[in-house]
Every structure is written in structure tokens, then in C-alpha cells.
Design a protein around this ligand. Structure first.
Ligand code: NAD
Length: 367
């Protein structure tokens, strides 16, 4: 979700911020007839066309929307690169309320802007979006994924995302405790939505001891009923006992207020942008001795799934791709140990090296 910091209105120069963050192109989209106000950010296309979700959110200001799309698109570059995908990073934000502001016209207008980028940006689903909205965009452009199965889509990415988080958790637990078995481990899951539910079922199958929570307590109770988990109040999650904490709700949950409370030795989950301030919070986790797997390493199953849709492959292929997340996680942890860097920095360095090897500008990513 948007941060209170706003790099653009603060500096007065979008081009300067783009140059500092490494963005290639930022497109402002306005269609007064449908009320569309959107921004598409293409971060880096060295490895392939930029791919990333469309987020519809009632941003308080244009500056807040711009900040969000710049950060999210850069994270997509890292996610694709460290996952071995031949894709770049992009993202789109639509300023509006997803409960009241949607129409076919609005998404067709956005689709025309995406079409105008000739495949340099490929849209997917993110917060506030549904398959139907993607299908409306598809009426105007081929450069869209996350379609309903009936329209050639590959289906919901959540099970594959959860599988990748599960493998990443096994790798992290191996690194922390010497064995990747999750049997008997106390695992605390924040959120009881799509990713969390698929993850909890896998973990229960391995004999892990689960604790779950959700802002909607009935969801947590329902999941607990199916998996034998304990339930904690959402507000108490940071103080609950655990070997592994798995954030699978919204972003920015780990910060200078919550990190001091954590009891877990390992943090690995599905939530995007789980660190409120990536550099500061990764360093605080490392200083506390908590092994943190960068979210964009652990939750890459979703983008792997979408990349299969792009290539016309079967759903089973997504699971085969996601197998790589176990080794990707170990690689990041080993690199962090070797460099004496945080795991977040180590993952970024691996991504930057891959882009450089493909001929991308080191300057753009400020290596
Ligand atoms: P979801 O909407 O199905 O589930 C999220 C759940 O979190 C909801 O039940 C919500 O009530 C709960 N929640 C929100 N804030 C909470 C809080 N503070 N405490 C406890 N519960 C809270 O979403 P999802 O698809 O499962 O995605 C979960 C996270 O994973 C998101 O950050 C998403 O961006 C990320 N992610 C998802 C995918 C995917 O394939 N779905 C892929 C990559 C990343």
C-alpha cells in the first residue's frame, strides 16, 4: 500500500526520480469520458517485457499513486530477475475505489493505453482487480494476463504462490535449523485468505503446528477448523510464539514497532512489500538474528504462473517452475552469508547481476 513518503512532489522532478530509481518510462493515462486516471510504470525491460499487476486503490493524491507505482514496478524487476524469468518489471495503478468506480469503459480505456505500449508492459491482476476487469482490458489489447479460464486464462495463481512460499519456508528452515522438515515446527500465519489457506493445508499435511489470524476472525476460525490450527487475535500476532512467522496478508507489517516484538527465528511469507522500509527493516531483522526471506523471492510462484499463461503452457508447468524457489532461497541466504549483507540486499544483488549479464545498464539499477 502507499507510503506516506512521496518522492516526486518532494523533489519536483519525475525525471530525476526515474533516473535515481532506474525507471525507463512512466505513462500517465487520462480518459475524462470514463473517469480513468491511471499511471503505468515500466521499470526495466532488459530481460523481457515488463509484467506486473494493475492495482486499483483510492489513493489520496496523485503523488501517492506515483510513489506506489514506482516502488511496485521496481520490485517486479527484482522478482522476475531473481526467479530466472525472462521478464522485466512494470506495474499500473488506477486511482479509484474498486467497489464503486469500475466500468467496462474504464478498463477498455486502460486497455487502449496498454495497447499503445506495444507489449512493453503486460498487465496482470493485483489488489482491487478481478478476472472480469482483465477480460474487459483484453477487448482492447493482447497484452494482458489473469484472464478467466474460459478466455484462455490459466486460473488463480494463489495455489502456486502458496507452493512457492512453502518450498521457500523449507529452505529457510533448513538453513536455520539444519533440516528442512516442518514437522513439529510452530508456524504463525498472518491472514487467512487465498495464499494463506493453501499454505496452511500444505503445512498441516507436513505435521507443522499452526497458529492463524485474520482481521476477519471468522476466516481464521474456518481455516483453523480445516487444518487444526490455533487462532490468535489479529492484533496479537506479533507477540505470539512461533519458530516461523509467515505474513500472508497486506504489506508494511514489519517495521520498527513490530520487529522488536517478534518471537520467530524465521520470517517467510506471501505478502508483497512486507517490510515498511526495506533497508532499515531488513537490517533490524538481521540484527535481531531473524532469518528473513525477501518476499519477492518467496512469493514468485504467482508471476511464474502468469508467465506460463503468456506462453500458453498448462497449469502443471507453473508448479514445475515454482520448484526453483527452494534453491533460489538457499542461493540468497548463502549469498547474504558470504557478503555479510542482509538477505534483502543479497537478493537484489543476484537480480542485478542477472540483468547486467543480459546487457542491462548497471547504472539503471544503481549497482
Ligand atoms: P486475500 O485477499 O485472499 O487474503 C488476505 C487476507 O488477509 C484477508 O483475509 C484479509 O482479511 C487478511 N488481512 C488483511 N490485513 C490483515 C491483518 N493486518 N491481520 C490479519 N489479517 C489481515 O489475498 P491473497 O491473494 O491471499 O494475498 C495475500 C498477500 O500475498 C498479499 O500481500 C498479496 O499481494 C500477496 N501475493 C499474492 C499472490 C497471489 O497469487 N494471490 C502472489 C504474490 C503475492
Amino acid at each position: 500500500m502507499p507510503s506516506s513518503q512521496d518522492p516526486v512532489t518532494g523533489s519536483g522532478s519525475l525525471l530525476r526520480v526515474m533516473s535515481e530509481m532506474g525507471h525507463e518510462q512512466v505513462v500517465h493515462c487520462c480518459d475524462p469520458e470514463t473517469g480513468l486516471r491511471a499511471i503505468i510504470a515500466i521499470h526495466d525491460t532488459t530481460l523481457g517485457p515488463s509484467l506486473g499487476g494493475v492495482r486499483m486503490w483510492p489513493y489520496a493524491s496523485e503523488g501517492e499513486a506515483l510513489t506506489d507505482v514506482l516502488r511496485l514496478s521496481r520490485a517486479m524487476t527484482y522478482k522476475a530477475a531473481v526467479s530466472g524469468l525472462d521478464l522485466g518489471g512494470g506495474k499500473a495503478v488506477v486511482i479509484g475505489d474498486s467497489r464503486t468506480g469500475k466500468s467496462e469503459g474504464l478498463f477498455r480505456a486502460l486497455g487502449r493505453f496498454v495497447e499503445g505500449l506495444s507489449g512493453r508492459y503486460i498487465a496482470a491482476e493485483d489488489v482491487g482487480m478481478e478476472e472480469r476487469d482483465m477480460a474487459w482490458m483484453r477487448l482492447e489489447t493482447r497484452h494482458v494476463t489473469g484472464l478467466p479460464k474460459a478466455d484462455g486464462g490459466i486460473g488463480n495463481p494463489s495455489p502456486v504462490t502458496a507452493y512457492g512460499v512453502y518450498l521457500s519456508m523449507k529452505a529457510a528452515v533448513k538453513s536455520a535449523y539444519g533440516s528442512d522438515s516442518l514437522a513439529g515446527r510452530r508456524i504463525l500465519i498472518q491472514g487467512a485468505g487465498n495464499v494463506a489457506s493453501h499454505l496452511a493445508h500444505r503445512l498441516a499435511g507436513d505435521g507443522a503446528r499452526l497458529t492463524v489470524c485474520d482481521l476477519h476472525k471468522s476466516r481464521a476460525e474456518h481455516l483453523a477448523g480445516l487444518t487444526g490450527a490455533d487462532v490468535v487475535e489479529a492484533g496479537d500476532v506479533f507477540e505470539a510464539d512461533a519458530d516461523v512467522f509467515s505474513p500472508c496478508a497486506l504489506g508494511a507489517v514489519l517495521n520498527d514497532r513490530t520487529i522488536p516484538m517478534l518471537k520467530a527465528d524465521v520470517v517467510v511469507g506471501g505478502a508483497n512489500n512486507m517490510l515498511e522500509n526495506p533497508e532499515r527493516d531488513a537490517a533490524a531483522l538481521a540484527a535481531k538474528g531473524v532469518l528473513y526471506v525477501p518476499d519477492f523471492v518467496a512469493n514468485a510462484g504467482g508471476i511464474m504462473h502468469v508467465s506460463c499463461e503468456l506462453e500458453g503452457k498448462e497449469e502443471s508447468h507453473s508448479y514445475r517452475l515454482a520448484e526453483a524457489i527452494y534453491d533460489n532461497t538457499l542461493r540468497v541466504l548463502e549469498r547474504a552469508g558470504r557478503d555479510g549483507a542482509t538477505t534483502a540486499r543479497a537478493a537484489e544483488a543476484l537480480a542485478e547481476e542477472r540483468i547486467r549479464a543480459a546487457g542491462g545498464s548497471a547504472r539503471r539499477l544503481r549497482v
